[in-house]
Write a protein that binds this ligand. Structure first.
Ligand code: HEM
Ligand code: HEM
Length: 179
């Protein structure tokens, strides 16, 4: 099997794994939000909002790092349809890392509620209060989260297929390496 010619930059790898943990946590916190009421719901929401906004800030840093560092190439023996699937799924993951927090922020704004990240830190509203817009964005946040869950599962399966079945160095390129 041919191997990719380098590794992701250390900062790109750090951001990848840090954000992977944060996003997986967010998906479960979101599921917990949907399934709970009372004090626990409030507690989870107070965790969900700042963590989501941190993801939004980190994805901006991550895109900057991506376009200013060298990317390893995929193995030359991968079918072009697989290469296309890898590229499209990465694009989708970046789009969702950006869209989910923005939609979350926008939906609280559209609800007319203050967008509080802590008891003293408030974000400005990014949309005027409007019940119709809120209803649309509330649904959009749920469906985008489902799509993220699904894409992350496929991404995980593909990464393990590279690491355990093809053993072609793609998983390694995100796990370790000096360059
Ligand atoms: C990567 C970022 C995010 C992910 C993966 C995510 C995921 C989720 C999920 C899975 C749910 C449950 C869906 C449902 O109830 O149908 C949810 C609900 C919610 N999210 Fe997010 N979210 C993110 C960012 C944000 C941000 C930045 C905010 C606000 C600043 C936000 C605000 C909310 C609110 C208000 C709810 C509804 C809570 C309730 O049931 O009362 N989310 N989110
Ligand atoms: C929420 C979870 C995750 C997200 C949002 C995510 C996102 C991404 C993105 C956007 C890329 C493309 C990097 C680039 O070319 O700019 C990537 C690459 C990669 N990820 Fe993840 N990832 C997640 C979890 C995981 C997990 C759990 C694994 C392994 C078990 C993994 C393994 C990899 C590998 C091996 C690559 C390199 C693929 C390549 O060179 O084409 N990721 N990830």
């Amino acid at each position: 099997m041919s191997t990719p010619n380098s590794h992701f930059a250390p900062l790109a790898r750090l951001l990848h794994w840090l954000m992977a943990l944060m996003i997986i946590a967010m998906l479960f916190i979101g599921a917990g939000l949907a399934a709970s009421v009372s004090e626990r719901h409030e507690w989870l929401l107070n965790l969900h909002k700042p963590l989501g906004i941190a993801i939004l800030l980190l994805v901006i840093v991550r895109l900057f790092v991506r376009f200013t560092t060298r990317q390893p190439s995929l193995p030359a023996d991968m079918a072009s349809v697989q290469v296309l699937a890898a590229k499209l799924s990465h694009l989708l993951l970046y789009a969702l890392m950006f869209a989910l927090p923005v939609v979350g922020w926008a939906m609280i704004s559209a609800a007319g509620d203050p967008v509080m990240l802590s008891s003293s830190l408030q974000l400005p509203a990014i949309l005027p209060a409007n019940p119709g817009t809120f209803a649309f964005l509330r649904k959009a946040h749920t469906y985008l989260a489902y799509l993220m869950f699904l894409t992350v599962l496929l991404h995980l399966a593909a990464a393990l297929f590279h690491g355990w079945v093809r053993r072609d160095g793609v998983l390694e390129s995100m796990v370790r390496g000096k360059d």
